[in-house]
Design a protein around this ligand. Structure first.
Ligand code: PGA
Length: 538
């Protein structure tokens, strides 16, 4: 099956019209197989325009429609007879057109006659098809056995529901139809299958990626030598939603097949309340996004420890206490959901969409120090799932006590919180220095930037604080580099916005051959990585 992906519905309709017009120009007395539904309307409009412009002449063309509701009178505005007259036949002069007769009292005879009529006209040269969300073509519904020739069939609930949008009441949708069979369709010399919109995305990907199966009748088209699927991006492209759960904000991002971020948003993280409530808010936000984008899967990056057995999460800064957060989310979302640690997600993002290295170590400097390890292009989190907690490696055996229970943890010295403590400490000891003045001007609250502002103003105390901080940072990096020897160490977090002011003096303190880079993706790494988790898991 050849696939043409168009940017939107109009492009899809134009492409299809070009192929149909080409067929008619090549063989003016050809036989076309036509379809109804919302999808081919744009194609028919294009054909009408081309015919009006004299680019194509349909006067010798014979057409056969795929199907018709049964029973239905021709003047019912929901009959396919009415539809075809409205959208094509009343506007373009043709030699002959046939539609299964929904008024017949003998449907069996009508079906046999219809099949014979197609044959007596020489068979269909080019068949246009739409595809139902359940994979039907014509009204060949998913079943264990598919009918080969034109037949009377019962519509499935899903088709009745899908088609109810054209009727005032779902109870008005006919439950039976006359339809060409799978073999009648496959006998056509050429086939164009049209699919548009995100509602068709699922079935299009099942069709393209799955086996031939009667549960997707359109998959039978795979045995035909000349089928072209013309679809728009929404029906074709897979998009993935990444959710990056943080202590203050929960970020959402949609990426496409090429890892471009198409959409970003965030909500504040509720400080109190149970994990279920946070996940219900995430569920509501995801639902809105899924309405707008053809999402194939959701990835979640969470801080804390994940028990890989049953995806239970415990996190210090969130009310997650051994909570099965994916199960909570599944109550709202019917899509595959994948979970990993947020730092691992960020590392995955750098591997696939940032620095593009297959062996890398990501170090996120923030309240603590997060670590994400990528080996051979894959997240390494160990069998237990909690490897990579590099913020808790010891760099001082008699050092500061950490909340994890150990002493001298790296993050107690080289995180941004640690830097702020070092700034405050030095300012207290040197109340007359420029840095202390800056803190006073900022109402007594230092932050990670204070030291840089003070250095810019030539404060020697600030220079000393920063130099010491860099030594702590370098001690940790030199140690982890010896263990993993990654191609690249990627630094992320707000402080890395300082760029070369941070990187240049840091590099001087690192062992030779350690390649440190600053994250290109920064704040987006979490959402991109979480979305990639879903993409790569499918
Ligand atoms: P639609 O229907 O074009 O209205 O989506 C297609 C089909 O059911 O075959």
């Amino acid at each position: 099956m050849r696939v043409i992906v168009c940017s939107n519905y109009d492009e899809m309709s134009k492409q299809a019209a070009k192929l149909v017009a080409g067929q008619v120009n090549l063989k003016p007395n050809c036989v076309l197989g036509l379809a109804t539904g919302s999808t081919p309307i744009g194609l028919y409009n294009n054909l009408i325009q081309m015919s009006d412009a004299g680019d194509v002449d349909f006067s010798e063309v014979t057409t056969f429609n795929l199907d018709e509701y049964y029973p239905i009178s021709k003047d019912n505005d929901q009959s396919y007879d009415y539809f075809m007259n409205k959208h094509l036949f009343s506007k373009v002069k043709m030699k002959n057109h046939y539609i299964p007769n929904g008024e017949t009292s003998d449907p069996e005879k009508e079906c046999t006659d219809y099949e014979k009529r197609i044959e007596s006209e020489g068979g269909i040269d080019l068949q246009i098809l739409g595809i139902g969300q359940n994979g039907h073509i014509g009204f060949n519904e998913p079943d264990i056995n598919l009918n080969t020739v034109t037949h009377l069939t019962r519509l499935t609930e899903s088709t009745i529901k899908a088609n109810s949008r054209f009727f005032e009441n779902i109870n008005d949708v006919p439950t039976m139809a006359l339809t060409m069979g799978i073999a009648s369709i496959l006998k056509s010399r050429k086939i164009i299958l049209l699919a548009s919109g995100r509602a068709k995305h699922k079935v299009v990907s099942e069709l393209l990626n799955g086996e031939i199966n009667t549960s997707i009748p359109a998959s039978m088209l795979k045995v035909h030598p000349d089928v072209v699927l013309i679809c728009d991006k929404e029906a074709y492209t897979s998009m993935y939603l990444g959710v990056d759960i943080g202590g203050t904000h929960i970020k959402f991002g949609v990426i496409d097949d090429e890892n471009h971020v198409l959409y970003k948003d965030s909500i504040r993280t509720r400080k109190r309340g149970k994990a279920q409530i946070i996940m219900s808010e995430i569920g509501a936000a995801c639902k809105e996004i899924i309405k707008k984008y053809p999402i194939s899967g959701i990835g979640i990056g969470t801080p804390g420890i994940i028990d890989k057995k049953d995806n239970r999460v415990s996190a210090a800064n969130l009310p997650f206490d051994n909570d099965p957060i994916v199960d909570y989310l599944k109550e709202y979302i019917d899509l595959p959901i994948y979970l990993d640690n947020d730092a691992n997600c960020a590392a995955l993002a750098e591997c696939k969409a940032g620095v593009h290295e297959d062996d890398l170590l990501m170090i996120t400097l923030g309240t603590g120090i997060g670590g994400g390890i990528i080996l051979g292009g894959k997240i390494y989190s160990g069998k237990r799932g909690d490897a990579g907690e590099i913020g808790h490696m010891c760099i001082q055996s008699d050092g500061i006590r950490c909340s994890c229970g150990l002493v001298g943890c790296w993050e107690k010295y080289a995180s941004v919180s640690a830097l702020i403590e070092q700034i405050n400490d030095a300012a207290q000891k040197n109340p007359d220095c420029i840095m202390a003045q800056i803190i006073k001007e900022e109402n007594g609250a230092a932050d990670g930037e204070t030291v840089f502002k003070a250095m810019e103003k030539g404060c020697p105390v600030a220079n000393e604080v920063f130099d010491k901080y860099l030594s702590y940072l370098a001690t940790g990096i030199n140690s982890v580099a010896n263990i993993f020897r990654p191609e690249t160490i990627v630094l992320a977090g707000g402080i890395t916005a300082q760029g070369d002011i941070l990187l240049k003096p840091l590099q001087k303190k690192l062992a030779a051959n350690i390649n440190v880079k600053i994250s290109r993706l920064q704040n987006d790494a979490g959402i991109i990585g979480a979305a990639l988790l879903a993409k790569l898991s499918q």
